[in-house]
Ligand binder design. Structure first.
Ligand code: KIV
Length: 271
């Protein structure tokens, strides 16, 4: 039986760390599942990481559904008795144009893919209302505050909650997301002290990225950790130089193909 949102809460209550990794296709999903991730996020970062867009904004709901189904197939192929919870990002403008459209978009994710939860960004009053509707419709929702890439044109990619006023606001919004029914919260690129305080104030798990070690868990973009992306954000350094290793290995193979060989040379035709 795959993990459920409630399993993440139980891990927090038991003081166990939570590891969340992104996946974008069957191959990456099987790898992160076999590595033991508690949850797999089909993040809209895939717009940049695997689709080559400059921001996360262009990715569509249809594309997210397509990637989510592929990730689901990868998780089904992976070895292990307790598959990770599958969460899918709702893309830009799939939940900002009214509660009915938002519930319909999130509902499609749960109906048409194996995902058991959605993630969305922000905690504006309209977003809180949408989350409330989704939760009451039976759709588990993960919140996301701090650096919210869908607001890049307003906030940039810089560290958020840097002054006391912004920190107070972040704390209030985190509480509001919990009250609206979110089962977990991602905090991205905010000061560690603020993230630690929020994690201790909330009952739901707080999953950090660039938010220090005091959160209940951590989330990373798998391609960043593996060093597959050309550049990684400063708060997500690579574990290995995957890109360099892959290029070197493939270059070696290509070189070996071009080496002159007499093996298999056809005999000269008789005159
Ligand atoms: O899209 C994504 O991969 C994310 C993570 C960075 C949390 O939202």
């Amino acid at each position: 039986m795959p993990q459920r949102p409630h399993d993440l809460l139980q891990r927090k209550q038991a003081g166990l760390p939570i590891s969340v990794l992104t996946a974008w296709d069957a191959l990456s999903a099987a790898i992160v599942a076999e590595a033991g991730a508690d949850a797999v996020l089909v993040g809209d970062s895939l717009a940049m990481v695997v689709l080559g867009h400059a921001t996360t904004l262009p990715v569509t709901l249809e594309e997210m559904l397509h990637h989510c189904r592929a990730v689901g197939r990868g998780l089904a192929m992976a070895a292990g008795s307790h598959p990770p919870l599958l969460i899918a990002d709702l893309p830009f403008l799939s939940y900002q144009c009214g509660a009915n459209d938002a519930v319909a978009a999130a509902g499609r994710v749960l109906k048409e893919t194996p995902a058991a939860a959605v993630k969305l960004e922000g905690a504006e009053p309209e977003t809180l209302a949408v989350i409330d509707r989704m939760v009451r419709s039976g759709i588990p929702v993960m919140g996301h505050l701090g650096l919210t890439p869908q607001s890049v044109h307003r906030l940039g990619y810089r560290r958020q909650a840097q002054d006391p006023v912004a920190q107070e606001r972040l704390q209030r919004q985190a509480r509001e997301l919990e009250s609206a029914g979110c089962f977990a919260l991602v905090l991205e690129h905010v000061p560690a002290s603020v993230a630690t305080t929020i994690a201790s104030l909330l009952t739901i798990p707080v999953i950090g990225i660039g938010a220090g070690e005091g959160c209940d868990g951590q989330v990373r973009v798998t391609a960043d950790l593996l060093g597959l992306t050309p550049r990684q954000p400063p708060f997500s350094p690579p574990l290995i130089d995957g890109r360099g290793l892959a290029i070197e290995a493939l270059r070696g193979w290509i070189g070996s193909q071009r080496a002159p060989t007499t093996r298999g040379t056809p005999a000269a035709p008789h005159c």
